[in-house]
Design a protein around this ligand. Structure first.
Ligand SMILES: [Zn+2]
Length: 569
């Protein structure tokens, strides 16, 4: 509605060209469109053309392992993974590299750290001991918590260490360019912010004496000797204290790092990055992307990666959160990527991110029944369309097929797995604990084929497990069910008792959910008060005044058990 109102205010325009090319050979799926745009751009730009011919299409992302990594970062990783896959599907050599910015300085204590870690403030994360055993460093500890889940999420990425890239000299040429052009970089900062530290070169050496990188000021560059002179200043930053050492060193091969915004551009040109999205917080006016773009263009003469160009910044992706009022987290703003699978299976999180355009925000609340139920329903619909079991309008078919393919983790199934609607699965799972009986019931109700394969059965049992877990931990009262052993003595009037008892006999004859539904509605009507009828039915079966939709519920828990309870009313 809001969108319509804003449209009205705009002056009438001439008929606009349609946003997408409507010819069927162009995919409507966002990642296919991005892959195509990147290809077009690389064909036009001789510099990029040469790079992709040699190295393929590099889709890049980076993350500072400064603490527990928020689930919002996972959105970027899945977006980049999907783009790289879309590129490969289009015959382009797409690959996704994720670099851990482990040479960044430790600039803030976090709650998960043991006491005494203050002494490491100012040091690169990769040179700080891990707060837990079994990890190489502070950086390794936090980064691996997230990256360790990649397989589960179907993310195919080459993981790199930015610090190691510095050590290997990957950025040496860029560092030289930066130091040779320090004045021009200074001008870019002045133009953007109106101020800049004139006594500091855009390079942060690691102090040879105390090992800190956050406290050093490089103040002179000797291009002859290729040496930077620096001081490790006690008051350079508020969060760490420098040791006062004054020295000189080579900036190359891990001698230090470039400041973040300069480093971003240096990575693009050094690695040959052609696509790198980022969260929209980086895309604000005067934000890190603007500066990195200007440095890429003016200092390195390199076109910034998609969605930015030399002149235009493009759009960042919107935020992604799994949270809600009931969730309390250490970070206070939603959960970490690593713990996200406690709230929804990786498969569903991936699907959510693949089927949503990067420009739309997602706030998923596992405690909101509809968030979960609709997610599974949408997934099942996508799957039906993929397997041609449900019709869809025009291009939606192709779009849904791409979403299914790219959100699927592992090998695509050869036939459609049996679909048990999520709430139906929740009722079955809660009221029948025996797997063999569950499968028998689902076969009897027509939800599974009599000749279901082993894989089908495994798939269905997994859905039941997920639905059971949801009902126990997240669902609201009405979806939490346990079938009574005996009908209740109170709460149901003699009249309703006899109405319900009478439908027990009809239910025996009913075969399908539709027939059950007809029986129920006829009885509700005949009872004279449908509201009281349904309340009595739920009381008789589960001891509550309300519950899931009655006909599918009766089917999902098995007619025989319902009849047994009703007969004893
Ligand atoms: Zn020092």
């Amino acid at each position: 509605m809001a969108a319509k109102q804003t449209k009205k205010k705009q002056p009438a325009k001439k008929q606009e060209a349609p946003k997408h090319d409507e010819s069927p050979e162009h995919s409507l799926f966002w990642a296919d469109q991005i892959a195509e745009k990147v290809r077009e751009r690389c064909e036009k730009e001789p510099k990029l053309n040469a790079i992709v011919k040699k190295k393929g299409y590099l889709v890049y992302d980076e993350k500072t392992p400064s603490g527990v990594i928020h689930v919002g970062s996972g959105r970027g990783w899945i977006i980049h993974d999907v783009i790289a896959k879309a590129m490969r599907d289009a015959g382009m050599k797409g690959r996704f590299v994720l670099s851990s910015d482990d040479i960044d300085p430790f600039d803030r204590m976090n709650k998960g750290l043991p006491a005494g870690y203050e002494k490491y403030l100012g040091m690169p994360f990769r040179n700080i001991p891990s707060p837990a055993e079994g990890y190489k460093s502070f950086a390794d500890y936090y980064f691996r918590q997230a990256a360790g889940k990649f397989k589960e999420f179907g993310i195919e990425a080459k993981i790199e260490s930015t610090g190691e890239q510095y050590d290997k000299g990957v950025f040496n040429a860029a560092i030289k360019t930066v130091l040779d052009n320090a004045n021009r970089i200074h001008e870019i900062y002045m133009k953007a912010y109106g101020k800049a530290d004139s006594g500091k070169l855009p390079f942060n050496p690691i102090c040879e004496k105390c090992g800190k990188i956050g406290t050093t000021r490089a103040y002179a560059w000797d291009p002859e000797r290729q040496i930077v002179k620096y001081r490790c200043e006690p008051n350079f930053v508020e969060w760490a204290k420098g040791c006062g050492h004054e020295g000189e060193k080579s900036p190359y091969n891990g001698g230090g790092k470039l400041p973040w915004k300069v480093e971003w551009a240096a990575k693009w040109v050094s690695k040959g990055v052609v696509c790198e999205l980022a969260g929209k917080d980086h895309f604000t006016k005067g934000g890190s992307r603007t500066i990195a773009m200007a440095i890429s263009d003016k200092i390195f003469d390199f076109p910034p990666p998609y969605p930015s160009t030399r002149d235009s910044i493009g759009e960042g992706y919107e935020f992604f959160n799994i949270g809600g009022k009931k969730m309390s987290t250490s970070q206070g703003r939603g959960i970490s990527f690593a713990e996200s699978t406690k709230f929804a299976p990786a498969k569903m999180i991936r699907y959510m991110l693949v089927c949503t355009r990067p420009r739309a925000a997602i706030d998923f609340d596992p405690y909101r029944d509809n968030d979960v139920i609709l997610l599974y329903d949408r997934y099942d619909r996508t799957e039906r369309i993929y397997f041609g079991k449900e019709k869809a309008e025009g291009h939606e078919v192709e779009n849904m097929k791409r979403i299914y393919e790219l959100s699927h983790i592992g090998k695509l199934p050869s036939h459609m797995p049996p679909q048990i609607p999520f709430t139906y699965a929740a009722s079955t799972a809660q009221t029948e604990k025996d797997n063999k009986k569950r499968i028998e019931m689902l076969k009897a109700s027509g939800h599974m084929d009599k000749n279901a394969t082993k894989e089908d059965i495994a798939y269905v049992l997994d859905r039941l497990r997920l639905a059971d877990d949801w009902a126990k931990n997240f669902a609201s009262y009405q979806y939490r069910i346990s079938l009574l052993d005996e009908p209740p003595k109170d709460g149901i009037s003699p009249k309703m008792r006899s109405v319900l008892k009478s439908i027990a006999y009809e239910l025996m004859e009913n075969k399908t959910e539709e027939e059950v539904s007809e029986t129920i509605w006829a009885a509700a009507k005949a009872s004279g008060d449908a509201k009281v009828f349904f309340r009595s039915a739920y009381l008789a079966l589960i001891g509550k005044e309300q519950g899931p939709k009655l006909a599918p519920f009766i089917m999902s828990i098995g007619k025989a058990r319902v009849i047994r309870l009703l007969e004893r009313l």
